[in-house]
Design a protein around this ligand. Sequence first.
Ligand code: NAD
Length: 250
Amino acid sequence: MKPNLDRAIELLRGKERLLAFTGAGISTESGIPDFRGPDGVWKRVDPAEFTFDKYVNRAETRIRSWEMRKQSGVFEAKPNAAHRALVDLWVAGLLSGVVTQNIDGLHQAAGLPDEAVVELHGNVQRVECLECEAGWPTSVVMARVDAGEGDPRCPECGGLIKVSVISFGQAMPVLEMQRASELARRSDAVLAVGSTLSVYPAAYVPLEAKQTGSRYVIVNQGPTEQDNLADVIVDGAAGEVLSAFADALR
Ligand code: NAD
């Protein structure tokens, strides 16, 4: 890892509009499993069972979804060294923002202000009614699940409720996609961290940055689908690598 770590630091040195594009791998060191890594959720669960269509049409899918959320570790997780290193780069004025595929809220929990973070796939800390405008902190709904409601409904209108995350088959949030695209076009370097870069349209974000002139560094354990486009690839743990970046660059 060392030669590529040094090359990446040299490539990032002097850059002032660094964009971080993060995926599930940045949060595994906080105890949240990723989807496609060696211990990923999709090794145990079939993603085709959790599409938006199935959620809306099958009580069984909703009941399993609430149970899986409870067991995911996401509600107990704390930010790790990689999240903190991005805060250090932000405070040093080198990071223009973080576009994340993650739904865990750990970038903000580490100390990044809301305006620095674009959540492309939503946030698990909030639940919304799919039929009326009502919404609640997820803890409120989880207390109902814990009390025995397997398939809780909206107390206002009786409609289906769902955590505010984008499931397979659901439309992407327009405003967040626009903000991500602006950050990509303005960046002078893009740093993809902990992602297989295989989920689209999210994975267009680092591509857009690269196509508009940014240098491209990938930090990931294992291969990604954009390895052929990167200027440097650092195969290592996000916490260790990003801490080294922050120490060297700030
Ligand atoms: P992914 O599961 O496809 O890929 C994660 C990658 O990170 C893998 O290649 C894995 O080997 C690597 N990795 C794991 N731990 C690492 C570490 N400590 N350091 C460096 N690399 C590490 O994840 P993805 O590309 O983000 O796509 C999955 C989708 O699942 C995303 O859209 C996201 O919304 C969602 N997801 C989010 C969370 C979360 O919020 N924490 C968790 C699981 C899945």
